[in-house]
Design a protein around this ligand. Structure first.
Ligand SMILES: *Cc1c(COP(=O)(O)O)cnc(C)c1O
Length: 471
């Protein structure tokens, strides 16, 4: 330990060399993350054995704990930050966001109350206003920082549920749901599964799913026909960015149809909402701003560290009616103004701060460049893969998702397994429109044209190995 690095304040001992240990091992990780094989090398049992399963009777010095953590966890870490990681929809971390996130942990502000943690409230309010501006959403909308798109959309749907009931004279806050009018809850067949989950938390039951076209876009006429089948309170969920095709629902028509029927419209734009921040891609989101609420993630496209989702509701009063709570000990600012009244969490980390940092760092043009880079790299990957023997690109590559298949499902699944074993590119299998597919979700800020071309070369190499092995 360096002399003078120890500060002692009563029982609180703070060893500055501890953060140096963490910093060194974080730097080692970051230096290697783009080149190391992507999958983990050890499984949970092996890692638990190595970490040590027994609770120590006597504690260990903190630097030893952190050193053990860094060293023994490493074989079990997956290189999510790799620019050739295409699994699920997973963003990497921009360095500026990581640095801001470290400060968030050091500051340890409980970000629920404006009067108590004004610095983080100011940062999050600025970031929220910037987001509305970048995404072309109404300036007066309320913005809440949640743990992810799932909880963000749950917050939005809570506002939707209570508001559509209130409009027909049912006070869900007092009466609950039992005995009240049933809410018609309508989605596209290809909505993300977390929409169902959010609705389940809220007692909305299973959705009615309307037809989608061959790219997974909800069909506006199918929505119109479904809404015409009944009346009463209704919520319609649309999607900006289908996880298989990247497609966007026809917002202008769908919003008009839903609003004519008195429905609340929510847009799940966990990654696709960001198309609105690019002048070249904003056309994909045309009409989206007419909705009533929107949810997205900052931990995907915007590349802040896990976790950060964003809940946006046009009518702040509806959001606060659903999510406010008051207790005299909280020192609330004034009814409805505090950050905790826009999300499900009361106590929470200041997770909007890394979002502020990355927006400040990139600026409007940098965010547009980021989104364009991801979509451009998806295009390069799709064009390159389409030229490989047996590979078919199944979707219109309008945004950041590429779905490919080989002539039969077994071969497609074998490709995904072989990529995993090889480790240079990670792309996972899924099923879409009745076929096994391998999805390439371009979501990492480091995936530029060079990485996209390297990805095509690696897939070509792995495919050639597979066909050599099979015959
Ligand atoms: C990732 C995703 C979600 C869920 O987001 P979480 O941050 O994992 O909670 C919802 N919808 C879509 C379209 C997604 O891609």
């Amino acid at each position: 330990m360096r002399a003078g690095a120890l500060r002692r304040v009563g029982a609180m001992t703070y060893d500055e060399s501890l953060l140096d240990v963490a910093h060194r091992s974080a730097a080692d990780w970051l230096r290697g993350v783009a080149e190391r094989p992507i999958p983990p090398r050890a499984d949970v049992d092996e890692l638990a054995d190595s970490l040590g399963r027994d609770l120590p009777e006597r504690g260990e010095p903190a630097p030893e704990v952190v050193a053990r953590l860094a060293e023994r966890a490493e074989p079990g870490l997956i290189a999510i930050g790799s620019p050739r990681f295409y699994g699920w929809v997973i963003g990497g971390t921009q360095p500026v966001a990581l640095a801001a996130d470290w400060l968030v942990s050091a500051w340890d502000q409980n970000a629920g109350l404006r009067k108590i943690t004004p610095a983080v409230a100011a940062l999050e309010e600025i970031a929220g206003a910037w987001l509305l501006d970048l995404l072309g959403l109404p300036a007066g909308a309320d913005v809440g920082f949640a743990t992810g798109a799932t909880t963000a959309q749950t917050a939005c749907l809570a506002a939707a549920r209570d508001e559509v009931l209130r409009r027909v004279g049912w006070d869900a806050l007092q009466e609950g749901l039992a005995g009240g009018p049933r809410i018609r809850w309508i989605v596209g067949e290809e909505r993300h599964g977390t929409m169902d989950l959010a609705a389940r938390y809220l007692g909305l039951g299973a959705p009615t799913a309307v037809a989608c076209d061959d790219q997974g876009r909800l069909c506006a006429d199918a929505l119109e026909a479904e809404l015409a089948r009944g009346d009463g309170p209704a919520i319609v969920a649309l999607q900006a960015g289908n996880i298989h095709s990247g497609a966007f629902d026809p917002f202008a028509d769908a919003c008009r149809i839903a609003h004519e029927a008195g429905a609340w419209v929510h847009v799940d734009g966990a990654f696709g909402l960001w198309a609105a921040a690019s002048p070249r891609l904003a056309h994909l989101t045309a009409g989206m701003a007419a909705a009533d609420s929107w949810s997205t993630d900052a931990h995907k496209t915007l590349s802040v560290p896990y976790d950060c989702g964003i809940a946006i509701v046009r009518d702040p009063a509806a959001m606060r009616r659903a999510l406010s709570m008051h207790a005299s000990y909280l020192q609330a600012t004034e009814v409805g103004a505090d950050p905790h009244e826009k999300v499900l969490e009361l106590s929470r980390r200041a997770r909007g701060v890394p979002t502020w940092a990355v927006l400040r760092h990139l600026g409007r043009s940098g965010v547009a460049d980021l989104v364009d880079r991801l979509a451009g790299s998806a295009r390069i990957i799709a064009d390159g893969l389409a030229r490989l023997p047996g590979v078919e690109v199944l979707n219109d590559v309008v945004f950041t998702q590429v779905c490919i298949a080989l002539p039969d499902d077994a071969a497609t699944e074998a490709l995904s397994s072989a990529l995993w074993a090889d480790g240079e590119v990670l792309a996972m299998t899924s099923r879409w429109r009745g076929r096994a597919v391998v999805r390439f979700s371009v979501s990492n800020w480091g995936t530029d044209a060079a990485q996209a071309r390297r990805t095509v070369d690696a897939v070509a190499r792995v495919l050639a190995g597979l066909s050599a092995a099979s015959g």
